[in-house]
Design a protein around this ligand. Structure first.
Ligand code: AKB
Length: 312
């Protein structure tokens, strides 16, 4: 990766990934793009362009202008927002992906885009969900993710584009808050624990979902993109996870640091339904075997770090 072009660079993953990649590959070699600019480090620490991913012409022109050899396509709506506006979600998530893949094909770029545990559905095995299994999601987001995995595979075998992807679980970070996801409770809970020593969860107790701390997610993207292509059997997309917990378990972990922390519930039926359709825990063996995936943070280590960083 020498010239990396990122879409959705100011989003939850993009804003941290852009800064990390600039530290590794050089600030001028990482071109951040998003639908609008802000004054974050990702926007200001290197080249930035306003790019609407549904605008094919601009997207290809911009990638050409910077002679990109890698496209990292992050721009997308998350699960809960997509469910509220499925037509817009289809147009943005699939239209944007198609344009990004076309740009990669035309410029002969390496390509990354994230999939999600949302690519699974109620008929998928719930525990230790295998890499290759039933994928019949019941959300628009999930439909987009499965179609995206297939499309990225297609661009690999049809056009030889070096496409790669990860099925991310809920990602937890103290830098950029997520927006519109189902797993967002596991981020909000830390902010509220510090500010108010209480949190009302919209996800019910007993609902297990996979999660990962952002530093592990960023390392996984770099490691996968640098992996020897001859070792990759799956490409789009690898299961990756670091932990699985329910709201009670994360609350108990927070109480080890803030003993007075209180948890209550006001379940949001829409997001609960999405969470219920996703696995309890997924199996990351293929990622470990094919390119050496490992996560450093478990719930205890992540909680300590989140609370320390957010308190500052
Ligand atoms: C969401 O909740 O929509 C995302 C995801 C798991 O893909 N965090």
């Amino acid at each position: 990766m020498k010239k990396i072009f990122i879409t959705g660079a100011l989003g939850q993953i993009g804003s941290e990934l852009t800064v990390k990649l600039r530290n590794i590959y050089g600030a001028d070699n990482v071109i951040a793009t998003d639908i609008r600019k802000n004054d974050s480090e990702a926007a200001l620490s290197g080249p930035f362009e306003v790019v609407d991913v549904t605008d094919t012409k601009t997207m290809i022109e911009m990638a050409k202008k910077y002679q990109a050899d890698t496209i990292i396509h992050m721009a997308a709506l998350l699960s809960a927002t997509a469910e509220k506006n499925p037509v817009f979600a289809w147009n943005l998530n699939m239209g944007g992906l198609m344009n990004a893949l076309e740009a990669a094909r035309e410029l002969n770029c390496k390509f990354f885009t994230p999939s999600s545990i949302g690519a699974f559905g109620p008929t998928t095995p719930k525990d230790n969900t295998p890499q290759d299994t039933i994928q019949r999601p019941t959300t628009m987001y999930g439909v987009n993710k499965v179609a995206g995995e297939l499309l990225a595979d297609y661009y690999n075998y049809k056009f030889g584009v070096d496409t790669r992807g990860l099925r991310f679980p809920g990602l937890i970070s103290y830098v950029t808050p997520p927006g519109g996801g189902t797993t967002d409770y596991a981020v909000e809970i830390y902010y509220e624990a510090i500010k108010n020593k209480r949190y009302t969860s919209y996800i019910d107790k007993g609902t297990y979902m996979d999660m990962m701390y952002m530093p592990d997610a960023l390392n996984a993207i770099v490691d996968l993109m640098e992996a020897d292509p001859s070792k990759l059997k799956h490409r789009n997309s690898f299961n990756v996870t670091a932990m699985s917990f329910d709201p009670e378990e994360i609350a108990a972990e927070i109480r080890k640091h803030i003993p007075e922390f209180e948890m209550s519930y006001s379940v949001d039926p829409a997001r609960q339904q999405i969470a219920d359709s996703w696995p309890n825990s997924i199996d990351a063996t293929a990622a470990k075997e094919e390119w050496g995936f490992k996560a450093e943070y478990d719930l205890a280590k992540m909680t300590k770090d989140m609370l320390e960083k957010l308190s500052k």
